[in-house]
Design a protein around this ligand. Sequence first.
Ligand code: FAD
Length: 465
Amino acid sequence: GDFPIELDTLVVGSGPGGYVAAIRAAQTGQKVTIVERGALGGVCLNVGCIPSKALISVGHRFEHAQHSDDMGVVASEVKLDWSKAQAFKDGVVKKLVGGVEGLLKGNKVDILKGEAYFVDGNTVRVIDGDKAQTYTFKNAILATGSRPIEIPTFKFTKRVVSSTGALSFPEVPGKLVVIGGGYIGTELGSAYANLGSQVTIIEGGKDILAGFEKQMTQIVKKSLKKKGVEVVVNASAKGVEENENGVIVTYEAGGEEKTVEADYVLVTVGRRPNTDELGLQEIGIEFADRGLLKVDKQGRTSVPNIYAIGDIVAGPQLAHKASYEGKVAAEAIAGEHSVVDYLAIPAVCFTDPEMATVGYSEEQAKEEGLEVKAAKFPFAANGRALALNATDGFVKLVARKEDGLLIGAQIVGVGASDMIAEMATAIEAGMTAEDIALTIHAHPTLGEITMEAAEVLLGNPIHIV
Ligand code: FAD
């Protein structure tokens, strides 16, 4: 064997959980080493949030260029140069990955290339090809993320792809079948519809985009329909036959077996935590269900010097949630009293229009027995939304009945992804609906919709009767 090298804080995985944890740990004076088997930045930067958003914006430009006649913009022969679009996407990823490397180095974090495997609660082997080195560590933060679930009847191939494959199709699919109408499947399905694909989404549940309120998804579904996206619900995907030119997908819906032909099939039926291949069970770390690790409010596992964050612990599988938990775990190791509080974690779905939510929905609040008041204001009554020619959507606020404390907000409409930040701030700061109504919002902006929703809640809106 080799001589073990002593480390202080070890971070495993460099996604938005791991690299943020590493930087915060370094800021608190810990000597940090981060180990990554793939590319810096994890799923989020390389095959998740960032490349998907780059493609979504290419889709928007292409769609807008073709369909702005009603605003007097008549473009003919709008073309898509797919290899250039891919290069744009790859360029964005490359820039951010380089940025993460620079930040880690700037914070004096040591970067190790290789796969971590735990030997005991203080020892890890890092394997890189045929090289291996043993390290001992004082504390560790696990941030190994997740991978797409592969179902036996839809093994990934050239034409049966996960989200990763769908980010770099060799050409825009003429026809694309998406299995699973969660946010990843719907975002990508919507993007490819904008890019010219004929898209069918096959969803097993009773509706797509579970987790968002019906009033919101209804608006997105209307827009999907307008793009020609076919949505089949209560359908179970049975299997796929692949030939040289495409695939034939079989599914069952309404008691009937049906088939649909396509160039590619994207399977997005959930993500599995990467907790099964690094010796965690063997060193006595306790698991919760579905491969997730059990942690306390600081991210500590049942092995007290080992923490876990991001997609491998309970909660929404979102990049900013991973980063948030990373900061808390790093601070906990430094002896600070940080704990996680999930109330103000927003979730965004980058469909057309975007959907965003933070805190409680009216439904959830009622389920928990909270007495709430909710109010809505439509985009259609806002000057900026009209000027943008994007009037679908609303802002909905949920406040505690007794004192108007804001406990939730839902936004569907253009710009929802950015607008939700104000609501997260308001919830985090303990603001009331009155505080929002009293905040002067610049005119004409989409932010005014939020202010007016607060006024509706208080019973004195100006621009609606
Ligand atoms: P990851 O980003 O998965 O990183 C884990 C890292 O650990 C990987 O780099 C992996 O190589 C490494 N690793 C694993 N095991 C080992 C080992 N044994 N040794 C060494 N290294 C190891 N979230 C959002 O918030 N907004 C979005 O818009 C969004 N869009 C998405 C779109 C798509 C298509 C996908 C797939 C996901 C999207 N997500 C989005 C989810 C987001 O990417 C994840 O929630 C986030 O990346 C989780 O961060 P993480 O740090 O927990 O893990």
